[in-house]
Design a protein around this ligand. Structure first.
Ligand SMILES: *[C@@H]1O[C@H](CO)[C@@H](O)[C@H](O)[C@H]1NC(C)=O
Ligand SMILES: *[C@@H]1O[C@H](CO)[C@@H](O)[C@H](O)[C@H]1NC(C)=O
Ligand SMILES: *[C@@H]1O[C@H](CO)[C@@H](O)[C@H](O)[C@H]1NC(C)=O
Length: 385
C-alpha cells in the first residue's frame, strides 16, 4: 500500500517519482448466485483493503445468502461507508443509474453488457467477471481414469454451476470410448449408485435454470446419467456424446451437471475449434506429453489455463483471476484485488528551486540544447551509474 518509488531519468534526477495507490471512492459490487458468499465477499475484501466505500448488491436468486448478507454485514461494517442493497433486476437498474467510481460485476455476459453500458454513461471503470464455454482438450496420451476423476470432480462440483468448470471435452473417438466407462466409474465412486441421494451433490438454483438444463439433455445422445426430477431441482451427473457444433448445448454456457464430449481427429483440429470461438474464461488440456499441453497453451488464449487438472489455480493468491475478451475484463484475488480497486496515481515532485537547471527545456531551442534535452530524457540514471 505504501508509495512505490519509481526510477527517474537524468532530467528528473533531482525529483521524487513514485506511485501512490489511492482508493477510487465509491465502489459498486454486483455478485452472482452460484458462489454467493465468496463471489461477493472476496471482491469486498479487496475494495476495503484499497480504502473504498462499497455498495454491495448480492444476487436475489440465492435468497438465503442475500438475506444473511443484508442482516449481518451492517453489524460489522461502518454503515456510513458500506451498504447492502437487496432486490432484483429493477433495483439493479436503478442503482446503475447512479455514478460510481468503480463497478465490479460477476455474472453472465448478457448482464455484463448492461452493466458496461450503464458504466459508460459516467465513464466509470469496470471489472467484469463473466464466463463462457470452457474447452477441455484430452489427448490420446492419457490415462482415462485419471482424466475422468479430475474431469468429473470439477464438472459436477457445485452441480456444475461454476464459471470455470470444463464446459465441453474435445478428444479423439478412441479416447471418447475409453473415457466413458472411466467417467461412469468416477461418478459412481463420487456420488454412489443413485446420485440423487448423494450428500455431495447440490441442486439447480431454480426452476428456470432447471428447465433450461433439461432442454440441453436432448442434444446428442445421453451416454451417462440423463435423469432429472423437477420437484427436487435435480439433474443427474450427465455425459452427452454425438453432439453437433450447432446443438444448443454447444451454443450456450452449460452451467449445470452436463458434460458434452465432441470428437476431433487431431490436436490441430481441436485448436482450430477453440480458436473459432470466443476466448474462454478457462481452458484445460490433459496429456502425459508436456509438449501437447504447451502447444494448447501457446496456440490459444483464455483468462486462465489448467494443465492436467481443474480449477486449482483459483486457490493461489499469487495468480490473478479473470477473463479475456467476451469472458471478462480485469483481474482480482490476493494483491491483484487491491490493485484492481486502487487508482495507481503517478506522482513526480520536483524541487521548488534549482530553476537554472530547467533552462535547457525552454525555447528558443538551439540544436545543441535539443540534443542535450533528448539525451537527458532518455537516459535513466541507473544506466549511467
Ligand atoms: C471461498 O473463499 C475462502 C477464503 O478465500 C476459501 O478458503 C474457500 O476455499 C473459497 N471457497 C470456494 C468454493 O471458492
Ligand atoms: C464511520 O465512518 C464515518 C465516515 O468516515 C466516520 O466519521 C465515523 O467515525 C465512522 N464510525 C466508526 C464507528 O468508525
Ligand atoms: C500419465 O501416465 C502415468 C503413468 O502411466 C499415469 O499414472 C498418469 O495417470 C497419467 N496422467 C494422465 C493425466 O493421464
Amino acid at each position: 500500500m505504501k508509495d512505490e518509488p519509481a526510477s527517474t531519468n537524468l532530467l528528473t534526477k533531482m525529483d521524487c517519482a513514485f506511485i501512490r495507490k489511492e482508493p477510487f471512492g465509491l465502489v459498486l459490487i454486483i455478485g452472482p448466485w452460484n458462489y454467493p458468499v465468496n463471489l461477493t465477499l472476496v471482491p469486498l475484501v479487496g475494495a476495503i483493503a484499497a480504502g473504498n466505500c462499497v455498495i454491495l448488491k448480492p444476487s436475489e436468486k440465492s435468497k438465503g445468502t442475500e438475506k444473511v448478507l443484508a442482516e449481518v454485514l451492517p453489524q460489522y461494517l461502518n454503515q456510513s461507508c458500506f451498504a447492502v442493497v437487496v432486490g432484483g433486476p429493477e433495483e439493479t437498474q436503478k442503482l446503475l443509474e447512479h455514478k460510481f467510481d468503480y463497478i465490479f460485476f460477476t455474472g453472465n455476459p448478457r448482464v455484463g453488457k448492461i452493466v458496461m453500458a450503464a458504466a459508460a454513461k459516467h465513464l466509470t471503470p469496470v471489472t467484469l467477471e463473466l464466463g463462457g464455454k470452457n474447452p477441455c482438450y484430452v489427448d490420446d496420451n492419457c490415462d482415462p481414469q485419471t482424466v475422468a476423476n479430475r474431469l468429473a470432480w470439477f464438472r459436477y462440483f457445485n452441480m456444475g454451476q461454476t464459471c470455470v468448470a470444463p464446459d465441453y471435452v474435445l478428444c479423439s473417438p478412441d479416447m471418447q470410448e475409453r473415457l466413458l466407462p472411466a467417467l461412469q466409474n468416477a461418478i459412481t465412486r463420487f456420488y454412489g449408485d443413485d446420485p440423487q441421494n448423494s450428500p455431495n451433490l447440490g441442486r439447480i438454483i431454480n426452476q428456470k435454470h432447471f428447465k433450461r438444463l433439461q432442454e440441453l439433455l436432448s442434444c446428442g445422445r445421453v451416454a451417462i446419467g440423463g435423469q432429472s426430477d423437477e420437484s427436487n431441482l435435480y439433474i443427474a451427473p450427465t455425459v452427452l456424446v454425438d453432439v453437433q457444433e450447432t446443438d444448443k448445448v454447444m451454443q450456450e454456457e452449460v452451467f449445470g451437471p452436463i458434460l458434452p464430449l465432441m470428437t476431433v481427429r487431431s490436436l490441430d483440429e481441436a485448436i482450430d475449434f477453440i480458436n473459432r470461438r470466443e476466448k474462454p474464461l478457462a481452458l484445460y488440456a490433459f496429456s502425459n506429453n508436456s509438449q501437447v499441453v504447451s502447444q494448447v497453451l501457446d496456440r490459444t488464449s483464455s483468462g486462465n489455463f489448467g494443465g492436467n487438472d481443474g480449477f486449482l489455480y483459483m486457490t493461489l493468491l499469487s495468480l490473478p483471476f479473470g477473463g479475456v475478451g467476451k469472458s471478462g475484463t480485469g483481474r482480482y484475488h490476493g494483491k491483484f484485488s487491491f490493485n484492481t480497486f486502487s487508482n495507481h496515481r503517478a506522482c513526480l515532485i520536483s524541487p521548488s528551486g534549482l530553476e537554472k537547471l530547467n533552462e535547457i527545456r525552454y525555447p528558443p531551442y538551439s540544436s545543441q540544447a535539443q540534443k542535450l534535452l533528448r539525451w537527458a530524457m532518455s537516459s535513466h540514471s541507473c544506466t549511467l551509474l
